[in-house]
Design a protein around this ligand. Structure first.
Ligand SMILES: Cc1cc2nc3c(=O)[nH]c(=O)nc-3n(C[C@H](O)[C@H](O)[C@H](O)COP(=O)(O)OP(=O)(O)OC[C@H]3O[C@@H](n4cnc5c(N)ncnc54)[C@H](O)[C@@H]3O)c2cc1C
Length: 461
């Protein structure tokens, strides 16, 4: 190994890169990891963690309102954006430090600079220094994608800037119908902004179960968020501190901030991938990899959002760990990408695992649907006009529960645990045999006895 300066060079100190560096170093490999911005990556610095902190902040609004029905007198609450952002930033700085020290304690060397490939074994740092590496792991993540360069696009912010706005916008226009757009819509609405969501499709949350999509839409509208579908922002004008978003339907909306969350692209540009022999997947624009995250170059691997497979933190972490096990731990580990539980931290929250009703009907000949919508107990005294949705998608031939979809308080926590049952191939009979825990909302999941719908595909179909 003397011909190499290091056994592993990791490009990108995010969720996946940090895990891979730490585990590889634990196996005795000499590891270097480069980060051009802040250690911890998207999830820690401008993704899941700060987002969830803002989500918590936004929930207090409803809590204060709901408290009245339970006998509390709450003086008119006031909210200070600057305090929230300062406290959030302090926590993010703490986590950034923890990420750096964990990876250093494991024995890896952190270099705080941009790194690119010069050839398959040579990494060039922004300082000009070159490092010869036996293996390279590309873990550069992704970045917001604003779509077509419409007039006034320079006035539009992404989720990156939303975490650092100097003040809470009184009015915000958010374009996008995916989880990031909706989470920010509910954050800003909960904190007191007037929110309009613009989405080009006919309903939000494309790819989620249709019942979830319509339920969430209805609940968000009840909370005062305006959702405009089948239209797009075509132009943004700036007048002083105010913006006008012109829409494809001919109307326009004034706001203090315009944010786009219409997708993210993998960070592949300017990395020197071509010189290193690393191919791009033409289907998604990410780095093409095999089941072990190996690229078209024998000694180069890629994990996480840069491969554009399933862009979630636990997936990047698992892929990074599997890479280190496979290459340095002498045991081949493939990541199983099926039945990954996911959440949307909008209000009300969404938790989902497995197949949607539409996917199940395409894949299976016999599908049973169990579904309940109900008023949660807390709403009886708070008087809040809200309903929960619980839905089980069952393979009618095997009785296996192949999908669980929940909208309502605690949905994400419930679905993390239900993900185990789905992964273990639990049947509807297993759910039925489980005693209810009363009084909870989740008890509905083990007490739904009669199918809401039965879909049997005709033999010729
Ligand atoms: C607003 C938002 C909310 C999210 N919420 C959730 C959530 O609730 N749950 C969830 O599971 N996922 C969530 N995600 C997705 C999650 O953040 C990503 O899937 C995860 O961070 C991917 O990890 P990664 O290691 O692939 O890349 P990243 O975490 O993006 O890390 C890549 C790192 O590489 C660095 N880098 C890039 N190029 C170079 C270079 N040439 N040299 C050196 N360094 C470089 C970048 O600065 C970055 O730090 C969210 C994302 C966003 C944007």
């Amino acid at each position: 190994m003397a011909e190499f300066d290091t056994d592993l060079f990791v490009i990108g100190g995010g969720s996946g890169g940090v895990r891979a560096a730490r585990i590889a170093a634990g196996y005795g490999a000499r590891v270097m990891i480069a980060e051009e911005y802040r250690m911890g990556g998207t999830c820690v610095i401008r993704g899941c963690v700060p987002k969830k902190l803002l989500v918590y902040a936004s929930h207090f609004h409803q809590e204060f309102e709901d408290a009245k029905g339970f006998g509390w007198t709450v003086p008119e609450p006031t909210f200070d954006w600057a305090t929230l952002i300062a406290n959030k930033d302090k926590e993010i700085a703490r986590l950034e430090g923890a990420y750096t020290s964990t990876v250093e304690k494991a024995g890896a060397k952190v270099v705080k600079t941009r790194a690119v490939l010069e050839d398959a074994h040579t990494v060039r740092l922004a300082t000009g220094e070159k490092v010869r590496a036996r293996y390279v792991l590309v873990a550069t993540g992704g970045a917001p994608n604003h779509g077509d360069a419409i007039p006034g696009i320079e006035h539009v912010i992404s989720s990156n800037e939303a975490f650092h706005l100097p003040k809470l916008p009184r009015r915000i226009v958010i374009q996008g119908g995916g989880y990031i757009a909706l989470e920010f819509a509910c954050i800003f609405a909960g904190l007191g902004s007037d929110v309009t969501v613009i989405y080009r499709g006919d309903n939000i949350l494309r790819g989620f179960d249709d019942d979830v999509r319509s339920h969430v839409r209805g609940e968000m509208e009840k909370e005062g968020i305006t959702l405009l579908t089948t239209c797009t922002v075509t132009k943004v004008d700036k007048h002083g501190h105010e913006f006008t978003s012109h829409l494809s339907n001919g109307s326009s909306i004034a706001s203090d901030v315009v944010m786009f969350a219409i997708g993210r692209h993998p960070n592949v540009k300017g990395l020197g991938l071509e010189q290193a022999g690393v191919a791009i997947n033409p289907k998604n624009g990410g780095i093409a990899v095999d089941a072990f995250s190996k690229t078209s170059a024998d000694n180069i691997y890629a994990i996480g959002d840069v491969t554009h497979r399933i862009n979630l933190t636990p997936v990047a972490v698992r892929e990074g760990h599997a890479f280190a096990d496979t290459v340095f731990g002498k045991r081949e580990v493939r990541v199983d990408h099926a039945d990954i539980p996911t959440a949307v931290f909008c209000q009300p929250e969404v938790g989902t695992v497995g197949l949607t009703e539409t996917q199940a009907r395409q894949a299976l000949s016999h599908v049973d649907i169990y579904k309940a919508t109900f008023r949660p107990m807390k709403a009886t005294l708070s008087g809040r006009d809200t309903r929960m949705l619980m839905k089980l998608v069952v393979d009618g031939s095997t009785d296996r529960v192949v999908g669980v979809h929940i909208v309502g308080d605690g949905a994400a926590e419930m679905v993390q645990v239900l993900g185990i049952a789905v992964k273990m191939k639990a049947t509807k009979a297993d759910f039925d045999a489980t005693m209810a825990l009363h009084p909870t909302a989740a008890e509905e999941l083990v007490t739904m006895r009669t199918p809401f719908a039965r879909h049997v595909r005709a033999a010729a179909e």
